[in-house]
Design a protein around this ligand. Structure first.
Ligand code: ADP
Ligand code: MG
Length: 301
């Protein structure tokens, strides 16, 4: 696998781009979005004019938390949120999937990480345009060395982690127009040296009851464009009760549960407008029960 293949996409994004919808689709406390936006902007605006030794900023933010809480989506939506404030009004977004980097071949991982982060990515952003680089599910690249000691090929993982850290250090000094956003579904296995280089490590939590209500309602309202009868359910007081029943579900599952509710009866498949609060409650209860079973079986392993 070539390092180019780890770059999923490369786009130039303006403030008024349709990409802004990604950010708004994620329901998290406003303070979380503000912190991510401000940290990114501060880094893109201030770092280019100051020596690294004075700021000690690496231009790296880590979003961590349970799967399905909106980390990747927030990272993807971020460029449209900051584009309006940077000179030129545009921000480049480069998305990287590091999974392919951990080559089975001994000694290859380190070389690939250095090539990707140290050469290829800076090359894509050589015009100096403010650039957000997304390192999605970075744990595959920056696993804790302690955990790695149990792995089959620990020396290689160590070297690859070192290569990530070295590349981040070099980029911090040489390419202050790059801002890295790493996402991780857990932190216990993230390398401490990696976390300490993060200018901000932001926890994206499971949704609270009010957020669950908003996620369910917005999913119903999106369907209501085509099936207007769903608007009433979306605004009904039953939604609070249903959201309470959904406690423990992540954001992704909460959106999907609306479709699971529709799939329960042929009637609602053929006419989604006739979905009832009982349909939705049943689907939510089933999803929560399944969630509980998964947790029990995880704990048993
Ligand atoms: N907090 C949330 N609010 C609303 N929708 C969410 C939320 N979290 C996840 N979703 C839904 O799940 C999808 C996948 O989320 P994603 O960003 O991939 O999560 P993660 O990267 O944390 O696993 C999103 O596109 C969105 O539809
Ligand atoms: Mg993700």
């Amino acid at each position: 696998m070539k390092v180019q293949e780890c770059v999923l996409s490369e786009d130039v994004i303006a403030a008024d781009s349709a990409e802004a919808a990604l950010w708004h689709a994620i329901v998290v406390p406003e303070a979380i979005k503000e912190r991510l936006r401000n940290q990114t902007l501060l880094s893109l605006l201030v770092r280019p004019d100051l020596p690294f030794a004075m700021t000690a900023l690496h231009g790296l933010c880590t979003l961590y938390g349970p799967p399905g809480t909106g980390k990747t989506t927030l990272a993807r939506g971020l460029p449209a949120q900051v584009a309006g404030y940077v000179p030129g009004g545009e921000v480049r977004r480069i998305e990287i999937n590091p999974h392919g980097l951990m080559s089975a071949e001994h000694g290859q991982s380190q070389r690939r990480v250095s090539e990707l982060l140290g050469e290829y990515v800076p090359g894509l952003a050589a015009d100096g345009m403010p650039t957000v680089v997304i390192l999605d599910e970075v744990e595959s690249m920056a696993v804790a060395r302690s955990a790695a000691s149990l792995a089959a090929n620990p020396a290689d993982v160590h070297r690859a982690t070192d290569a990530v850290l070295t590349a981040l250090d070099l980029n911090a000094i040489e390419h202050p127009h790059l801002f890295f956003v790493a996402t991780s579904n857990f932190t216990t296995a993230l390398d401490e040296a990696f976390l300490s280089r993060s200018d901000a490590a932001i926890l994206i939590p499971l949704p609270e009851i009010e957020a669950l209500r908003e996620i369910l309602a917005s999913t119903l309202l999106a369907l209501a464009d085509k099936y207007p009868a769903l608007e009433e359910l979306a605004h009904s007081s039953a939604m609070t009760f249903i959201a309470e029943a959904a406690h423990g579900l992540d954001g992704r599952r909460t959106r999907k549960v609306v479709f699971e509710a529709l799939a329960q009866r042929l009637n609602t498949v053929l006419d989604p407008g006739c979905l009832t609060r009982e349909d939705l409650t049943t689907a939510v209860r089933n999803a929560v029960a399944e969630n509980g079973r998964l947790e029990v079986s995880d704990a048993a392993h």
